[in-house]
Write a protein that binds this ligand. Structure first.
Ligand SMILES: Cc1ncc(COP(=O)(O)O)c(C=O)c1O
Length: 440
């Protein structure tokens, strides 16, 4: 049976309601909500089964960096599937080797050793485990296992990465979480110094941070934040883990957001833009110093003790290679700077509206924070209304969700890096119209 031809959109919705469990979704309301059924996409435009077209100003989930419909990626995947669809990474496969080399060449400093997995959560899980094993092997006389992370930061849904996450609504139902994670204020670097002192430096092994907090609200750090953080790490022999799952691969106007502040991580985690979402792939990349702590004789059990069936999958790595070729040949981080600066400047003019308290971001990663007349956070329902009115007018944007126990009042704009100036203007004009009519 050709399912697509025989079933209507309503049939799909019915089957979906009966059998699919969607993420972060209250299914009791699904009868009243017609989720879109997206069928195809090209460039920045995505089309549903009713033929409605939308400008995807959220890039799927901050990840379709090169835009939709890139034949080069589809061809690379097809050819690799035909040639070698799978073999575990206990041996070599050519796409994974070449992709690791390219990442090492693109990343700052000597971040030269790549451990592949499938999602941002797994990349962070890997980083956390590398840090803990590193702590045991480098400081056998000490008890270094604690990891400092930040409130509002997001690092993933698996137990370790969720424990690093500083968003209580995403954690509470699953507690108790993994012990040893300490959270600090998202932009106050001095609090990290205090936390290390109070915990005892010899019990801490790493700090994990997004260069710009993404899902927690597009929180850009003060300019000296990361240079101070690096100094703190050096002073106390801590590993600096930088989570570039959202910010990597051109999103903020440089290939990696580290470059804005000249951050030198000991470990960096990458996902989303690594394949622009065409296939699931992530990477945890460590410096030579970190990698060397895992060298030893075969009987020493110094090797990193983790295996993942799909790590370094040849097909996803072939997608990654084709994606990086597009990104680098088209120098898409430059378009993210050009169009992102224009978009940010135009959106900042909306700060004259009483409902807009702040517009912030870098490149094509932008957050717009909304308030009521009495300066309190705009109600979650009203923020959701703005997002759905944008959708009705043909533009998809995102919204903060489950990040803090307070009204959700930040909207996200993170389009594919191929966005044009005209499309940027279209986003601003539509948002402006909608904000003018919202009662706050
Ligand atoms: C900064 C950051 N780290 C990690 C993750 C987890 O990635 P994934 O959803 O691929 O597991 C996300 C997901 O949005 C993220 O934004």
């Amino acid at each position: 049976m050709n399912i697509q031809e025989e079933l209507s959109s309503q049939d799909y919705r019915k089957i979906d309601r009966d059998h699919v469990w969607h993420p972060l979704f209250q299914h009791q309301n699904l009868e009243q909500v017609d989720l879109a059924i997206f069928e195809e996409a090209k460039g920045t435009t995505i089309t549903d089964t009713d033929g409605r077209q939308y400008l995807d100003a959220y890039s799927g989930l901050w990840n379709v960096n090169v835009g939709y419909g890139r034949e080069e990626i589809a061809d690379a995947v097809y050819q690799q599937i035909r040639k070698l669809p799978y073999y575990p990474h206990s041996q070599i496969n050519m796409p994974a080797t070449l992709l690791a080399k390219q990442l090492a060449d693109l990343l700052p400093g000597n971040l030269d050793h790549v451990y592949f997995s499938n999602s941002g959560s797994e990349a962070n899980e890997t980083a956390i485990k590398i840090a803990r094993q590193y702590g045991r092997q480098m400081y056998p006389e000490q008890n270094r296992y604690k990891i400092i992370s930040r409130y509002r930061g997001y690092h993933g849904f698996t137990y370790g990465s969720m424990s690093a996450t500083g968003q209580s609504p995403r954690r509470t139902a699953f507690e108790p979480l993994v012990p040893g994670f300490k959270h600090v204020h998202p932009t106050c670097v001095d609090e990290i110094v205090r936390t290390i002192r109070w915990e005892g430096a010899e019990t801490v092994i790493a700090i994990i941070a997004e260069p710009i907090i993404g899902g927690g609200g597009v929180i850009v750090p003060p300019d000296d934040y990361f240079s101070k953080l690096r100094e703190i790490c050096d002073q106390h022999n801590l590993l600096l883990i930088i989570d570039e799952v959202i910010t990597g691969f051109g999103r903020t106007g440089t290939m990696f957001a580290c470059e804005h502040w000249d951050i030198q991580p000991d470990i960096i985690t990458l996902a989303k833009g690594l394949t622009s979402g065409y296939l699931p792939l992530s990477a945890c990349v460590a410096t030579t110093e970190v990698f060397n702590a895992f060298l030893g004789d075969p009987g020493d059990k110094q090797e990193f003790g983790q295996v993942c069936t799909y790590a370094g999958h040849p097909v996803t790595c072939a997608a990654g290679l084709a994606n990086l070729k597009i990104l680098t040949e088209e120098r898409l981080w430059e378009n993210a700077t050009k169009v992102g600066t224009h978009l940010l400047e135009r959106l900042k003019l909306l700060q004259d509206f009483p409902i807009v308290s702040e517009v912030r971001g870098k490149g094509l990663m932008i957050g717009v924070e909304l308030i009521n007349a009495d300066k309190t956070n705009l109600d979650t329902m009203k923020t959701s209304t703005i997002v759905s009115q944008m959708k009705e007018r043909g533009i998809l944007i995102g919204k903060i969700s489950h990040a803090a126990d307070e009204p959700e009042n930040i909207i996200f704009i993170a389009p594919p890096l191929i966005l044009t100036l005209d499309e940027a203007d279209q986003i601003v004009e539509t948002l402006k119209d909608i904000l003018t009519s919202i009662d706050c």
